[in-house]
Design a protein around this ligand. Sequence first.
Ligand SMILES: Nc1ncnc2c1ncn2[C@@H]1O[C@H](COP(=O)(O)OP(=O)(O)O)[C@@H](O)[C@H]1O
Ligand SMILES: [Mg+2]
Length: 375
Amino acid sequence: MAAKKKSPPANKPKADQSAVLRRHAEEQYADELAALAAADERPKPPNWNLSPWAVKTYLLGGTLDDGTEITPKYVGNERLIEIAVATLATDRALLLYGVPGTAKSWVSEHLAAAISGDSTLLIQGTAGTDESALRYGWNYARLLAEGPSEAAMTESPMLRAMATGKICRVEELTRIPSEVQDTLITILSEKSLPVPELNTEVQATRGFNVIATANNRDRGVNELSSALMRRFNTVVLPTPDSLEDEVEIVRSRSEQLGRALELPAETPALEEVRRVVTVFRELRDGLTDDGKTKLKSPSGTLSPAEAISVVNSGTAMAAFYGDGVLNARDLASGITGAIVKDPVQDRVVWQEYLQTVVKERDGWGDFYRACREAL
Ligand SMILES: Nc1ncnc2c1ncn2[C@@H]1O[C@H](COP(=O)(O)OP(=O)(O)O)[C@@H](O)[C@H]1O
Ligand SMILES: [Mg+2]
């Protein structure tokens, strides 16, 4: 079966990009991607928009020879990104694995944008994901009227990625029921998808691959079979190594988000971001930064993603109910909400931490008082 191209229906105009709440990576960073493509003289895998070198530069940032600045999208171990990119140039698929909020979806979106120029071929894994989400379905009106035909098929993002030689993203793979996950085995090993109703198949074209994300800290997780695991190279995305890295992630992302939302506030001061990140890291690690005091950890995952939303909602509070400058009071309710997920146990953990660590810390008096008030 030939790759079929479906043009978008005429009655569905593309949204005005300036009004879109969250633009796709390939649109938001179109300038960077174009500059990289222009500077890229290295060999590209078949049907890739960029070479592996340029994809890596897009993710980790850098300065091109012509002076163009490429902003870092991922802050962390360079080697992990190299392995991820190199995997996608082989016949193995990529599995990004780790606790929630460690940039798995974020990295997957940017990889697809850089490699295929399209991050929208996306399947969101849920307990309700069925085979048609990974394969194809039918337009029943046409099926009944005309019988099975290519025109009566509705393509899944997977099928479209195979036909066009692009990257397909599967989010939260482990939430998909095991028997549905098995559909992926044929796709990944045979690189083709049989369509028995039409007595044909769709063969993947070059450039096709899959990036799946999965996390290990979730309810309703279905383990991946070893047959499926074998088709993937797994890259584990860790929580950030150093305080400095984590502060930089939270600072830059909350600045970007604040700008996108046009919040009438100043960009958050580094000092406030550092305090939030310090609290998160200490509680996560169960140890104070100086290594002296052991702490109990709360039940939730205190990831960079959570810290970003704490800073972001604090900035909104400062903008609308404060003086436009993020301070401890604006942060207190957000940080309490992030930490106290279990109203009994986490509360005790947080109170203890406030008493033994925050209260004693030089220059943290305002933060201590604000958090006590918010409890
Ligand atoms: N190491 C990192 N580098 C850059 N951004 C990060 C990092 N870790 C987390 N983030 C940010 O955290 C947010 C949430 O990440 P997300 O991809 O949704 O997490 P996951 O899919 O792993 O649960 C994103 O906005 C991302 O920018
Ligand atoms: Mg995710």
